[in-house]
Write a protein that binds this ligand. Structure first.
Ligand SMILES: C[S@@+](CC[C@H](N)C(=O)[O-])C[C@H]1O[C@@H](n2cnc3c(N)ncnc32)[C@H](O)[C@@H]1O
Length: 404
C-alpha cells in the first residue's frame, strides 16, 4: 500500500479524527481481565476482523483515495489488467479450458476485478468467455458492493459470487493482492538468556486500564521453530513478527483449485532482511489511518489497518505444504513493465471518451507502479497445481538489472 491518495493534489484527511471503536476496545479489555494477556495475533484478529466492529468488518472500505491507504488496484485499473494478462498465459498453458474460475480472497472494493475483467475486454481476450470471477471477503456486504461496481462497469456477467460445494474441483486461479500482510501476527522479542532465545510480547492492561505490552514465555513452540527453520537468531531486545496464520489461509484459499495458479502480491522480504537487527530492530508492524502511517497498534482500535511485511520463505513453505509448486517470482515493477505497457496502454487510451486526463493518470500510475522503492518493489509469487510440466509464464521473466 501507498500513503499518497492521488496524483492530483488533494487535502489529506486528519488521522486523529478516526477515533476508536469503543465497544470493541471494551470487549478486548474485558477478555484480558477475564483470561489474562492475549497474543498480539488474537488482538489483531479482534481489531481487524471482529464482526460489526473490526477494521475490515465496517461498511466503508479501507483502501481507496477516500480511505486509509492506496493499493495498486485502487491506484489504476492497469494493475488488474496486468494480472489478467498473466492469468491469460496460465489459461493458455492449461490448453484454454472452457471454464476458468478466478477466485479473489480479500477482493476489497473490487478494483482488481474491474481492471482485470475490463482489461481482458479491452484487449478482446479469448479467455474472457471462459472466466468465472468469485470475490471472497471476510465482510459479506463487500461482495454485494463489488457486484454492483462490476455491474456499473458492464462486466457483471462473469461474476459467480456463490461459494462452490465443499468438494468442488476447479480450473483457474486464486489471486490475492495485499491480503497476506493483513493476516494476524505474533510479536516476539530476542532474549538470549531464555531457553529458545525469545520471549513473546502479549497484550495486557496497565494500571489505568490501557493496553500495554507484557513479556512472557512464548505461547507456542511454533514461534521459535519458525525462526530456527529460517536460520534467524534475534539480538537481545530485538522485536519482530511471526505470522502463523499463513498455512491455514493458503490451504483454504486454494482448496477448490485442481488445476491452475495462485498469484500472491504483497510487500514482502526474505527472512534475513525481515528480521535484520540493524535495519528492523522493532519489526515491521505498522498501522494505517487516513493515509498516515503510525507505529502504535493500540490507538484507533477498529478504525486503523494493522499490517506487517510478509515473510517470503514462510509463504513458499506454506505453499509447498498446501501441495502447490513454485511457478515463478518477480517484482510488481517487472510484471507491470513486462505486461502492462504497449498494447494494454494503447487499449486503455482507445476507450470511448478517453481524454488527456486519462493519459496523464495512466502515466502517473505507471510511474508509481514501476517505482522499485515503492509499490514496484512489491513481490509477486506464483504457485501452481496440476500445470503441465515445465510451465513457464512469460510475464514472470526477470528483466536484466542495470549494470548486470
Ligand atoms: C489491504 S486490503 C486489500 C484489498 C484489495 N485486495 C486491494 O488490493 O485493494 C486486505 C483485504 O483482505 C481481506 N481479508 C483479510 N483476510 C481475509 C481472509 N481470510 N479471507 C478473505 N479476505 C480477507 C480484508 O477484508 C481486506 O479487504
Amino acid at each position: 500500500m501507498d500513503l499518497q491518495p492521488g496524483y492530483r493534489r488533494e487535502r489529506l484527511p486528519d488521522p486523529e479524527s478516526v477515533g476508536e471503536d469503543e465497544v470493541l476496545v471494551e470487549a478486548i479489555r474485558a477478555s484480558i481481565r477475564a483470561s489474562g494477556p492475549m497474543t498480539f495475533a488474537r488482538f489483531m484478529e479482534h481489531a481487524l476482523y471482529e464482526p460489526g466492529h473490526g477494521y475490515y468488518r465496517r461498511p466503508d472500505p479501507g483502501p481507496g483515495r477516500a480511505g486509509d491507504f492506496l493499493t495498486a488496484p485502487e491506484a489504476h485499473p492497469i494493475f488488474g489488467a496486468v494480472i489478467g494478462r498473466l492469468l491469460e498465459q496460465a489459461w493458455e498453458a492449461l490448453g484454454r479450458p472452457e471454464e476458468f474460475t478466478i477466485s479473489e480472497p480479500g477482493a476489497g472494493t473490487g478494483a482488481l476485478a474491474a481492471g482485470l475483467l475490463g482489461g481482458l475486454r479491452d484487449l478482446g481476450s479469448p479467455m474472457l468467455s471462459a472466466v468465472r470471477y468469485r470475490p471472497v471477503e471476510v465482510e459479506p456486504s463487500r461482495v454485494d458492493a463489488i457486484r454492483a461496481r462490476l455491474a456499473d462497469a458492464g462486466i457483471d456477467p462473469f461474476i459467480r459470487p456463490e461459494e462452490p460445494g465443499p468438494g468442488a474441483r476447479e480450473t483457474g486461479a486464486v489471486v490475492a493482492n495485499e491480503v497476506l500482510d493483513a493476516l494476524p501476527v505474533h510479536r516476539v522479542v530476542g532474549r538470549p538468556g531464555r531457553p529458545e532465545g525469545i520471549a513473546e510480547l502479549l497484550v495486557a492492561l496497565d494500571e489505568g486500564g490501557s493496553f500495554a505490552w507484557a513479556e512472557r514465555d512464548p505461547t507456542t513452540a511454533a514461534l521459535a521453530e519458525r525462526l530456527h527453520d529460517e536460520g534467524v537468531t534475534l539480538a537481545d531486545g530485538q522485536v519482530t513478527e511471526v505470522c502463523l496464520a499463513l498455512d491455514g489461509w493458503l490451504a483454504d484459499a486454494a482448496r477448490h483449485l485442481a488445476r491452475g495458479v495462485v498469484v500472491l502480491v504483497d510487500y514482502a522480504d526474505e527472512p534475513a532482511a525481515l528480521h535484520d537487527p540493524v535495519t528492523r530492530p522493532t519489526g515491521t508492524l505498522r498501522a494505517f489511518a487516513r493515509h498516515a502511517v503510525g507505529g502504535d497498534p493500540f490507538r484507533h482500535v477498529g478504525r486503523q489497518d494493522l499490517t506487517a511485511t510478509v515473510d517470503l520463505a514462510a509463504v513458499r513453505a506454506a505453499a509447498a505444504r498446501a501441495g502447490l509448486r513454485p511457478v515463478g517470482e518477480t517484482t510488481q515493477a517487472e510484471l507491470v513493465a513486462t505486461l502492462g505497457t504497449g498494447e494494454l496502454t494503447t487499449a486503455i487510451l482507445r476507450r470511448d471518451g478517453a481524454d488527456l486526463q486519462d493519459a496523464l493518470d495512466l502515466r502517473s500510475a505507471l510511474a508509481r507502479l514501476l517505482d522499485p522503492r515503492g509499490m514496484g518493489g512489491f513481490r509477486v509469487l506464483v504457485f501452481g497445481r496440476g500445470l503441465p510440466d515445465g510451465t513457464a509464464l512469460e510475464g514472470l521473466r526477470r528483466l536484466r538489472r542495470a549494470g548486470g
